[in-house]
Design a protein around this ligand. Structure first.
Ligand SMILES: CC(C)(COP(=O)(O)OP(=O)(O)OC[C@H]1O[C@@H](n2cnc3c(N)ncnc32)[C@H](O)[C@@H]1OP(=O)(O)O)[C@@H](O)C(=O)NCCC(=O)NCCS
Length: 161
């Protein structure tokens, strides 16, 4: 299995938007537009990457670094390619890239009922630091979000490409 990551830049807006729509299709979350990705990926401190499995785009991850903290903005894997370690791989690569940009800890928000993502983050050393009631609006319901945090100094070893 050949799994690699490539950096996303503003010119990859359509690729990023297409992947995001595919990865979040069944979640009820709003798909981010190509315009939004172009702006985000051109913002200083914003890191974007796409996982490529056997030359096929398989998932994406974005984070924003500000001083010594970073935040995961989005992370998703194409539905047909899940449970093969791609989420784990993207998270490790993103954490490493944030660390290289000076971040010492990584934050993210996850819906309380998103159990696959919570398992992924829990097994990568993230711990819950806050809970926000009614944070997510999906299909007329408002769900709670958990804020998770992980130190980046203790990086989990990265899987070989
Ligand atoms: C969450 C997500 C990124 C996981 O991607 P993935 O490539 O399937 O994850 P991995 O194969 O690397 O899984 C790593 C670990 O996460 C946990 N995990 C992942 N998916 C899981 C599931 N459906 N059920 C239970 N645990 C799961 C497991 O512990 C897994 O390790 P294991 O396979 O050895 O048991 C993917 O399900 C996804 O894109 N979901 C929709 C978008 C989303 O919710 N993103 C997160 C927003 S905060």
């Amino acid at each position: 299995m050949t799994l690699v990551v490539h950096t996303l830049g503003p010119a990859d807006d359509a690729l990023a938007a297409g992947l995001h729509a595919l990865c979040f299709k069944e979640s009820g979350e709003r798909a981010w537009s190509a315009d939004e990705f172009r702006q985000l990926l051109g913002t200083p401190g914003c890191l974007g990457m796409v996982a490529v499995l056997e030359q096929r785009p398989a998932g994406l991850a974005l984070a924003r670094v500000a001083a010594d903290e970073a935040e995961v903005l989005t992370l998703g894997v194409v539905p047909s390619l899940r449970r093969q370690g791609i989420g784990d791989f993207l998270l490790a690569r993103l954490g490493h890239a944030c660390r290289q940009c000076g971040a010492r800890c990584l934050f993210l928000e996850v819906a309380e009922d998103n159990f696959p993502a919570r398992r992924l983050y829990g097994s990568n050393g993230f711990v819950v630091v806050a809970r926000r009631d009614g944070y997510y609006a999906r299909g007329g319901c408002r769900g709670a979000a958990l804020v998770l945090r992980r130190e980046l100094a203790r990086d989990k070893p990265m899987r070989a490409e």
